[in-house]
Design a protein around this ligand. Structure first.
Ligand code: SAH
Length: 371
């Protein structure tokens, strides 16, 4: 059996591991043991799994492997934020970011290599799209971060929260994302509660309804505009799934649990979506639904024409929402000095959509005028 035929156990959640061991003629409880070794003790050699019989360890060596992504570089921000560039195959790299705060540590995880959506204010979108990440490549980001942060096997939860807010649209990589989130929440693996795992989506409605059937993670929605006309421009998937339908899907997602809220993300773009009128439209929209609003100061990246709203405008916008009774916080920008802030993750994407080429030709006349 060649290396490539080996089963990477990072691709399997608890049910998958049980099925794997059943195929090997082993008892189901082996899944629990191996899961603890991999995730709670950070072990990647079967030889180190001392409560497995030697024969089983040797057999596992033949048929299976524990293969996380490779760390290409690690950058530390002045504010303690850490960004890793991870190699996942010959042509592609993704980024993962750890954000320490006083009472929690959040890992921001990527779900795709690049992104197929084309949000105009996001740097990942400029990279184009290559492929979905496997479950192993998603959960592997936690595995690697835990190792690098020396968080394993300590009891203390250095990574207390995970947000699927890195590169990619998680709901367009449904099965692998759900499986990875299962491992995050599985007691024998990372044991995070559903309140501490948040999936962020630009609003892929059919997938959102499917998610409700199989998972109960917390939900964040990238809204960014209070009306369809503007959202059609900023978040083009809105043309397919407009705001009214998105709001109805959000209602459905939290319908069974009166304590749940949806987080709405709203990037603050100077002169685009930050007027008092926009705030009032937002109030009308979100009054209907249990929500929290996260205002995100726009993070610039090379080639963008957008600018961030100034602090006074952001505060005013927040105050209007708060006065109307909407719970609103301005997200602190973290890791800006290492390009680790929201919308700045770029990785290294072999673009299959040819978007980069298209963009270059579109912008050519402008360049000529400039030179
Ligand atoms: N595709 C998913 C996951 C990405 S989450 C989604 O759209 O929700 C990343 C968050 O950062 C999203 O809310 C995204 O809209 C926001 N974002 C993108 N570019 C940004 C930028 N340049 N500045 C600030 N926030 C940005």
């Amino acid at each position: 059996m060649s290396e490539h035929d080996k089963v990477n156990l990072l691709n399997l959640d608890q049910a998958g591991l049980q099925a794997f061991f059943a195929e090997q003629g082993e008892k189901a409880f082996r899944a629990t043991q191996v899961m603890k070794w991999i995730y709670q003790f950070g072990v990647e050699e079967f030889g180190a799994m001392t409560n497995l019989a030697k024969g089983l360890r040797e057999k596992l060596d033949q048929v299976a492997e524990i293969r996380p992504p490779q760390v290409v570089s690690e950058q530390r921000s002045e504010d303690g934020t850490v960004k890793w560039l991870l190699q996942i195959d010959n042509g592609n790299c993704i980024e993962t970011v750890f954000i320490p705060e006083d009472h929690r540590g959040t890992l921001c995880v990527s779900s795709q290599v690049g992104c197929a959506l084309d949000c105009t204010f996001c740097s990942t979108a400029q990279q184009g799209f290559n492929r979905n990440l496997s479950t192993a490549e998603i959960i592997g980001q936690l595995w690697v971060a835990n190792q690098r942060l020396h968080a394993i096997p300590r009891q203390q939860r250095t990574i207390s929260n995970v947000v699927l807010m890195g590169m990619g649209e998680p709901l367009l990589n449904f099965d692998n994302v759900v499986r990875a989130m299962n491992i995050m929440m599985e007691d024998n693996a990372y044991g995070l509660s559903k309140r501490r795992v948040t999936l962020s989506t630009s609003g892929v409605i059919p997938a959102l309804d499917r998610l409700k059937q199989v998972s109960d993670v917390s939900l964040a929605v990238s809204l960014h505009a209070p009306n369809d006309e503007l959202r059609d421009q900023l978040v083009p998937i809105n043309r397919k799934y407009p705001i009214k339908e998105l709001m109805a899907a959000c209602q459905r997602y939290i319908a069974d649990d009166s304590r749940r809220k949806i987080t709405f993300e709203y990037v603050m773009l100077a002169g685009i979506n930050d007027s008092e009128e926009h705030a009032r439209q937002l109030i009308k929209l979100l009054r209907q639904i249990p929500s929290k609003i996260n205002l995100i100061p726009f993070n610039p990246f090379p080639g963008t024409d957008y600018r961030c709203s100034d602090a006074a405008t952001i505060n005013r916008f927040r105050d209007i929402l708060m006065e109307a009774g909407l719970m609103t916080v301005t997200r602190k920008t973290r890791g800006e000095d290492i390009d680790a802030a929201c919308g700045q993750l770029a990785g290294k994407v072999e673009d299959k959509t040819k978007r980069k080429l298209r963009r270059a030709s579109e912008s050519m006349p402008i360049n000529r005028v400039g030179t």
